[in-house]
Structures are given as structure tokens and as C-alpha cells.
Ligand binder design. Structure first.
Ligand code: PMP
Length: 374
């Protein structure tokens, strides 16, 4: 195990209270929520309480929250059903979406010959909304899929603005909010979003569970068929202990949002200052107003050295990740970003440090010292 864990955008440690809640459900709530006997009804109650608490945290209604196995399923489901059931013939997205969106879109393009357009990116890696408006001018049944917070550089999309632009052009709007839910306050009653996807393991909940926000009367259809437990939209017995753990994790995250943010912002400033002191002129990728938890550092080495650096850091007990955790496939979001951010020099690698409320200044010191030693 790494003694210094700075890879919270990849996944995050379970909160002890979440483990307690999951243990309670595992040991006491073994009924199937679809059964009508007392054990079933009790499980159903736990399930619906979880749904209500998630909805409350995001100011949505409970019936708009559908449990899934995580971000990958949620994104794939929505994009696929948008084409199959909502008759979307065009998707506008960006080349720096997570693979769970990008490769789902490319697969749909291949299978159904839908039109796919990529919105331009600006020099700091943010989405060019003027170009989005230009693209939306065409007469096609369109879905826009743009992530809320980018997993590599932490840039934040203005959800309200994009939602309004989509409404003005009668386009549907889907956002992958896996990196923001639990870290940024969201009021879904005020945001013109049709579909939003979240994943519990990014906000100190369990792995393999998430939820999708599906706006009422969206017309979306299920991806899986069977017992239609999830409001007729997702079949199969729910992962009750994970769902209860996720709901608890989300409430705890939002309860301590302000103090966690203050703590993490201080750590981020401390990290940036320590880096600048130790490596004068070192560059950080992405916009200055990106998410407080993410720092993407441009390394003054050839890309071939990245694995070695990660290995050395790991040997010293420090977990960080390369600028992008996912490198395979025909479009590589990290390469697209590298091209935009570092101009002509495509080969410059980057390290992503992603912080949580559990990190300390000592973690930062150990990381910077280790980087210096390398
Ligand atoms: N979208 C983004 C932005 C992510 O960071 C991730 C996790 N790496 C996913 C989707 C996939 O989520 P999950 O791990 O729950 O399938």
C-alpha cells in the first residue's frame, strides 16, 4: 500500500462511516427489494432512502435517480439509448472526454452511422462554446455530451451555459459528472441538463456502483432487460449495500464540502509553491480555475521516462498517476490535450496529482522530495 496516496481522481479511500453502513446493510438487509415480505420491504425502504438522499443532495426528484454499476455503464447506457430510442442522429462531444464516453460514441458511429462532431478546444484545454453554438446550427436531432470536470486537468464546464445553449437549439444535453459529484455543489432543479452520470468510488464510496440522473419523461429505455427493478429503466437486483454506502458517502461529502474544499485548496497552493521553489519554471497544465483537487504537472522529461518516474515514486510509497490513466484506442484524450497544452511539443509527459481531504502537507513534502531525488 502507498503511504502517500495522491491519486484520488482515479479512485478514493472509503470513508469509515461508509464501511459501517455497508456492513449494516450486508448483515441486516439481505431481502430482495422486489420481495413483498418484511425483509424485502425493509430492503426496499433502504433502497428508496438512498435514492431520496442522493436526490436531495443534488436537488433532483427521487424518481430521476437510477442506480447503475458506475460511470462506464451510465455513460454507455445514455448514449446508446439516445441513438436507439430517442432517434438521435448526431452527437457533439469533445476529443478529451473520458473513454467511457468517447469510445461509446465512436462505437455508435460505427454501428449506426450517426454523425459525430468534435467541439474545438481552447489553448488551456477548455471547450470552445462559440464553436459549440456554430456546430449546433445544423438541422439534426442532436445530443451534446460534454464532461463537467475533466479527469486529467480538472477544467470545469459551465453546465448552466451549455444547458441553455442546448435548449436554444433543441439538443439534448448529457454530462459525465463522475469527477465533480461530491466535490462541487450541484442544483439539478436549476440546471438544464437531461442526463448526468456519477460514480461512487470517486467520492469515497464503494467501487462498482453509481447513479444516473435521467430527467423526467426523457423517453430513455433500458440497456438490460429482466426484472425491471430500477423504475423500469434498469433490470436486475440492486447492489443494495453498495447503493446504501454510496448514498451515505455522498451525504458526508456534501456535509463537509466547504471545509474539505478549504483544506484541499490550501494543500494545492502549498503544492504549487513547493513545486515552483524546487523546480523553478515548472509548468502546470490546464486552466487556473480548475477543480481544487487536481494538479497536472508538465514534466521536463521525454515521455519515455514517465513510467520510470511513476515507478520510482511508487517505490518511495507515493501514488500519483500519469496525466492520463487511459492511453489505448484510436483517439487518445491525453495526446489531444498534450498537443493543445504544450503546442508543438507533443511528447512532453505529465503527472496528475489528485488530492482529497485525507491528504496532509507532509504528503506534499514527501512527494516533492521524491520528485527532486528523481
Ligand atoms: N468518467 C470519468 C470522467 C472518469 O474519471 C471515470 C473513472 N476513471 C469514469 C467515467 C468511469 O467510471 P467508473 O470507474 O465508475 O466506471
Amino acid at each position: 500500500m502507498n503511504k502517500v496516496y495522491l491519486d484520488n481522481a482515479a479512485t478514493s479511500a472509503l470513508r469509515p462511516e461508509v464501511i459501517q453502513e455497508m456492513t449494516r446493510v450486508l448483515t441486516q438487509e439481505y431481502g430482495n427489494p422486489s420481495s413483498t415480505h418484511s425483509s424485502g420491504r425493509s430492503a426496499k425502504n433502504t433502497l428508496e432512502l438512498a435514492r431520496k438522499s442522493i436526490a436531495k443532495n443534488l436537488n433532483a426528484t427521487a424518481q430521476e435517480i437510477i442506480f447503475t454499476s458506475g460511470g462506464t455503464e451510465g455513460n454507455n447506457w445514455i448514449l446508446r439509448s439516445a441513438v436507439l430510442d430517442l432517434k438521435i442522429t448526431r452527437i457533439i462531444t469533445s476529443k478529451i472526454e473520458h473513454h467511457a464516453v468517447l469510445y461509446a460514441v465512436l462505437a455508435l458511429q460505427n454501428e449506426f452511422k450517426i454523425q459525430v462532431d468534435f467541439v474545438n478546444l481552447q489553448a488551456d484545454g477548455t471547450v470552445d462554446l462559440t464553436h459549440l453554438v456554430e456546430l449546433l446550427g445544423q438541422e439534426r436531432k442532436t445530443l451534446v455530451s460534454l464532461m463537467h470536470v475533466n479527469n486529467e486537468i480538472g477544467s470545469i464546464l459551465d453546465l448552466h451555459r451549455v444547458g441553455v445553449i442546448c435548449q436554444e437549439h433543441s439538443a439534448l444535453f448529457h454530462t459525465d459528472a463522475v469527477q465533480s459529484v461530491g466535490k462541487l455543489a450541484l442544483d439539478l432543479s436549476q440546471l438544464p441538463i437531461d442526463f448526468l452520470v456519477a460514480s461512487a468510488h470517486k467520492f469515497h464510496g464503494p467501487k462498482g456502483v453509481g447513479f444516473a440522473y435521467i430527467r423526467k419523461n426523457s423517453g430513455l429505455q433500458p440497456l438490460f432487460f429482466g426484472g425491471e427493478q430500477e423504475k423500469g429503466l434498469r433490470a436486475g437486483t440492486e447492489a443494495l449495500h453498495q447503493i446504501a454506502g454510496m448514498a451515505h458517502a455522498l451525504t458526508l461529502s456534501y456535509d463537509s464540502l466547504i471545509e474539505d474544499e478549504q483544506h484541499i485548496k490550501l494543500l494545492k497552493s502549498y503544492l504549487l509553491k513547493s513545486l515552483e521553489d524546487s523546480f523553478p519554471g515548472i509548468r502546470v497544465n490546464g486552466p487556473a480555475d480548475g477543480l481544487h483537487t487536481v494538479v497536472n504537472i508538465l514534466l521536463p522529461f521525454p515521455e519515455s521516462k514517465t513510467v520510470m518516474i511513476l515507478f520510482h515514486l511508487d517505490m518511495k510509497g507515493i501514488a500519483v498517476s500519469r496525466g492520463s490513466a487511459c492511453q489505448s484506442g484510436s483517439i487518445k484524450p491525453s495526446h489531444v490535450l498534450a498537443e493543445i497544452l504544450s503546442g508543438e511539443d507533443l511528447k512532453k509527459p505529465s503527472l496528475r496529482v489528485s488530492l482529497s481531504q485525507y491528504n496532509t502537507k507532509e504528503d506534499i513534502d514527501l512527494f516533492v522530495q521524491a520528485l527532486q531525488a528523481i
